[in-house]
Design a protein around this ligand. Sequence first.
Ligand code: NAD
Length: 517
Amino acid sequence: RQLTRQSLRYPYSIPTAPAFLRLYSMGHTVPPLKDKSLFIEKAYVNGEWVGAQSGKTFEVHDPSDGKLIGTCPEFDAADTEKAIDAAAAAFPAFRKTLARERARMLRRWYQLMVDNADDLATLITWENGKPFADAKGEAIYAANFFEWFSEEAPRVYGDTIPSSVPGNRIITLKEPVGVCGLITPWNFPAAMITRKVAPALAAGCTVVVKSPGETPFTANALAELAHRAGIPKGVVNIVTTNENVAEVGETLTTHPTVRKVSFTGSTNVGRLLMKQASSTIKKVSWELGGNAPFIVFDDVKDIDAAVAGAITSKFRSSGQTCVCANRIYVQKGIYDEFAKRFADKVRGFKLGPGFESSTTHGPVIHSRAVDKVAEHVHDAASKGAKVVVGGERATEFGENFYHPTVLTGMTKDMLIASEETFGPVAGLFPFETERDVIELANRAEVGLAAYFFSSDVKRCFRIAEALEVGMVGVNTGLISDAASPFGGVKQSGFGREGSKYGIDEFVTIKAVTFGGI
Ligand code: NAD
C-alpha cells in the first residue's frame, strides 16, 4: 500500500474541519485518515488483499477537482471467478455458523464502522464528492444495516403447517440461498453495500461485491473492517473493476455457482443483468432508477415544512439519490408562494468541494452527469420554463459542478417530467386537482418513491394508496431507515432491502413433509 504518494496531497484549506483533515490540507501527503490503513488500493479475495492477475489497475479521481486519489486492480472474468470460488468454499461452514454468532460478527462490524465513521466519511467525500457532514451521515446510516440485521439474524423462523393429508406434518426451513453477487452504485458508496451485505450474512450467505469503479476505496475500507470484525475468510469478497465492468458483471450474473444477484443501479443496466441472470435462473432483486413525484396540496397548514421537505428530498447529495424528488407538483392556490420560499432556500446553498466546512452542496460525480443536468435545464427552458435560480455550470469550482437550479412553469412535455435528472435541478409543476396530479405522478414507467404534503388526513390515506410506488413519504422528505422496507415497483425493480423483509431476499423456503405420524 503506497500511502505517501505526491498524488494524494489534498489541496483544500479546511478552516473548521476536524484536526486530522486540517493536517492533511497543510500539505501532508497521505490520505486524510486517522487510520491510514483503511486506504487500500487492492481488491479483497478470500481474506487477502490482492491485485489483478494481469497486473492492470484503474485510476480513481476526486470529483471535486479531478485529481488522482489512487488506483485499484482492474479485475477480469478469471479474477472474478476466483472470488466466486472463495465465496463458494466459505459457504458450507458459514451457513452452519450459529445465527447468534453471525449476529455477533455483524454487531462487531457495526461498532467498527461507528468507531471509524470519520475515516469512512472522509473516503466517501473524497471519492464521491458529497459534503463531509452528509458523508458522515451516510457512514452511520450504512452501519445501521449491520446493527439491524445483527438483530434479525437469530429470528429467521420457519413455520409448522397443518397438512391436508392425514398423518402428515409439514414444517418449513429458511435456508441461505448460497453465494451472492452484489453490484452497487457510487451514490452511496457505503450504504448501498451494507444494505445488501448485512442481510446476506445474517441469512448465512457468502458474497462477492462488485464495488463501483468511481468509489472503490470506501468498499475496501468496509472489507478491512469486516476482517477486523472476525468475518471468516471468503465470506466477504470485493472485486474492483472499471473498464472490465461488463465482463465482470456477466461473470457474476451467469456463473452457475452464484445463486443470487442483487443489483442497485440504473434501470437500463438492471434490464441487461436480468437477462444475463435468466441463463441460470438465479434468484434476483433489483433496486433501479426512480423519478419521484413530490406533491404539495394547497391544504397544507405549514408551507415552510413542505418547502423544507422538498429541499431535503430534492437536493440531498446534489440530487443524486434514487429517491430524490424529480418532479415537484404544487397546487395552484399556493404555487407562487411555495416557489418563492423554495427559491429563497436554494439561493442560500453554498456550492463547493465537500471538505470545505461551509459547503452545503458538492459536485456531481462526473462531467457526463453535468451534461445531463444541462440538457434537462436547456430542454425545459426552451419549452417555456423559467430559470429562477442557477441554470448554469459552476465552472469556477471545476468541471463537475452545476449551480443548484430552480425552474418554474414546468409542463409535462419537458424531459424532467419523464426522465430521472440525477442532479441539482428542481422543476416546479403547477397542478389543479387531486385527480390530475395522481394521473401525472403515476405516468412514470418507474415507481420507487413518492412524497406528498397535505394536512387533510383522509386525503393522506387516499393519496398514499393511489401512488404507484414502493415507498411514500407523507409530510416528510426523508424516508430512508434501516427499519423500513426499501424498494420499488414497475421498472424501479423488485425486492426489498432493510426491515424484517430484507432477509427474505437471501433465503429460500424448504418445505419438509413428515409422513406416517
Ligand atoms: P449504473 O447502472 O450505471 O451503475 C450501477 C452499478 O452497476 C455500478 O457499480 C456500475 O459499475 C455497474 N455496472 C454498469 N454496467 C454494468 C454491467 N454491464 N454489468 C455489471 N455491472 C454494471 O448506475 P449509476 O448511474 O452508476 O447509478 C445511478 C442509478 O442508480 C440511478 O438510476 C439511480 O436511481 C439508481 N439507484 C437506485 C437505487 C435504489 O435503491 N433503487 C439506489 C441508488 C441508485
